[in-house]
Design a binder for this molecule. Structure first.
Ligand code: UTP
Length: 471
């Protein structure tokens, strides 16, 4: 049987023969690569996912049993572990070299509309510092505090991998030791037509693929060997975050401490929801296990419920910052059902069977993605730790609007939030900052208000700042 026939007989049972519509016009080398792509796809799995696409979980039944998650609150005297004990435990773990950091940076960043990996976006309010540089500098600063370097892992995807690797090389890893930077690439999933489940072609010899979601981290972390490598180095826990939050407080000692002293396998940072409609995942406890209920799934009736003190009953908004035990992750790599695929209906450009490019105006396709927070229910002793969203969460998601219009989560709004915090830290030390001036503080200069006060005492900061300044 020739190659085309053998491929056709593989595709036919799944109704995917159209993938070979342009086969005869392909050069031999293109055919070999395309055949390899087809070989790498699990069509039986795709068929099942498509058939079950509208299989909805009964959110109402879940939410009816939902309770508040075990939490360390910002304003509670009732916290079982004291702040100082938590800080000490976190410090000890860092000093003993038990902590590594992992950033997921494989997303396509479609809303931001930036032509490079999002980590390369210049977000510093004064110095145009990129997200990657900020994250690395925070990690180095934390390492210096505990006299121990902290390994930094980056998850890329096929779309962001080569550029990310080149970017870190070009900038000499922003000072991080070579052995402390681990970059690994996540997997992909084909996009299928919303109407009939047929796999879409991006080109005559290319299937339309997209990254398999931030939950793809679990499999990729294992397959790349990074998980085992870190365990061999004595790392016990991973500080996980998303590349687009420049306010993330990397490897914060207090956060680590609550996790360690609670013997939690997965601890999540949360913010107190300001309104029932806040667009963050809701962390709740159901039958003694933590779960995330997405904001789009949470019926209004539950989102608006209030406690006797009039605060929201479902209050804990996830900001996708977690600490995960490596032993737990290892166990989960063997649990096939731990990370189910979710579906997202998207506009995916494709070529039709006549070879014409189509740029859809409406969602035409389904992408399949795994979400890392689906690990939560499997984790023993999982807890949440509340942080103040103003100081910890500034997700860069959207493009700037017109010059007068700065939508939420856009470069302009994020830069302002970063600068405002730096100004607040300076003002606390008695430094005066003129109105309309922007300030940026490198974590290597000072990574806490206390560290900044020291810099001021050392005479390294002028008493009056009247122009945009980066320290
Ligand atoms: P988002 O879900 O916000 O997606 O990712 P995005 O790609 O950044 O932006 P849009 O939706 O296309 O506009 C949240 C975080 O998860 C990472 C992203 O890089 C970001 O840090 N992510 C997302 C991955 O690493 N892989 C994925 O497959 C998806």
């Amino acid at each position: 049987m020739n190659q085309k026939h053998s491929l056709l007989s593989r595709l036919a049972p799944f109704g995917q023969k159209h993938l070979l519509a342009h086969w005869d016009a392909l050069a031999d080398s293109q055919r070999q690569e395309f055949a390899a792509q087809i070989d790498g796809i699990n069509f039986a799995q795709l068929a099942t996912l498509y058939t079950n696409r509208d299989h909805l979980i009964d959110v109402v039944a879940m939410v009816e049993r939902a309770q508040e998650p075990p939490a360390y609150r910002l304003d509670s005297d009732a916290n079982a572990i004291s702040r100082s004990d938590a800080i000490q435990a976190g410090r000890d773990a860092l000093a003993a070299g038990k902590v590594a950091v992992l950033v997921v940076a494989g997303g396509q960043g479609t809303r931001l509309g930036f032509d490079h990996p999002k980590g390369m976006f210049p977000i510093g309010p004064v110095g145009n510092t990129t997200l990657f540089q900020m994250h690395i500098e925070k990690t180095i600063a934390r390492g210096r505090q505990c006299n121990r370097s902290i390994p930094f892992c980056v998850m890329t995807s096929p779309t962001t991998h080569d550029e990310t690797v080149g970017f870190f090389a070009k900038h000499k890893r922003f000072g991080l030791a070579e052995s402390d930077l681990l970059i690994f690439c996540q997997g992909t999933m084909p996009s299928v037509s919303l109407a009939d489940g047929k796999v879409l072609l991006a080109a005559p010899d290319q299937i339309a693929m997209s990254p398999d979601g931030h939950g793809g981290m679990l499999a990729a972390f294992q397959l790349s060997g990074c998980l085992d490598q870190l365990r061999e180095r004595g790392i016990e826990m991973l500080f996980y975050f998303q590349v687009d939050n420049p306010l993330v407080d990397i490897a914060n000692e207090e956060f680590l401490g609550y996790h360690i002293l609670s013997r939690s396998e997965l601890t999540s940072q949360v913010v107190r929801k300001q309104t029932p409609q806040d667009r963050v995942g809701n962390i709740v406890s159901i039958d003694g296990r933590l779960h995330v209920i997405e904001y789009s799934d949470l019926p209004d009736e539950f989102a608006t419920r209030r406690k006797p003190d009039s605060t929201l009953a479902i209050w804990a908004g996830s900001i996708a910052v977690h600490i995960m035990e490596l032993d737990f992750l290892k166990r989960q790599t063997e649990n096939k059902s731990s990370l189910p695929f979710h579906i997202a209906k998207k506009k995916v450009p494709y070529i039709d069977t006549n070879g014409n490019p189509v740029a859809p105006q409406e969602p035409n396709a389904i992408k399949f993605e795994r979400f890392i927070f689906d690990l939560l229910p499997a984790a023993d002793n999982a807890i949440v730790v509340e942080v103040d969203s103003r100081y910890h969460f500034a997700p860069l998601k959207n493009a700037n609007g017109s010059p007068t219009d700065s939508p939420a989560d856009s470069p302009e709004s994020v830069r302002k939030q970063l600068s405002d915090i730096s100004i607040e830290w300076l003002t606390l030390t008695g430094v005066r900052v003129a109105p309309n001036v922007r300030v940026e503080i490198s974590p290597l200069f000072a990574n806490t208000p206390e560290a900044l006060a020291e810099r001021v005492n050392q005479g390294l900061v002028p008493r009056d700042i009247d122009r945009n300044t980066r320290f």
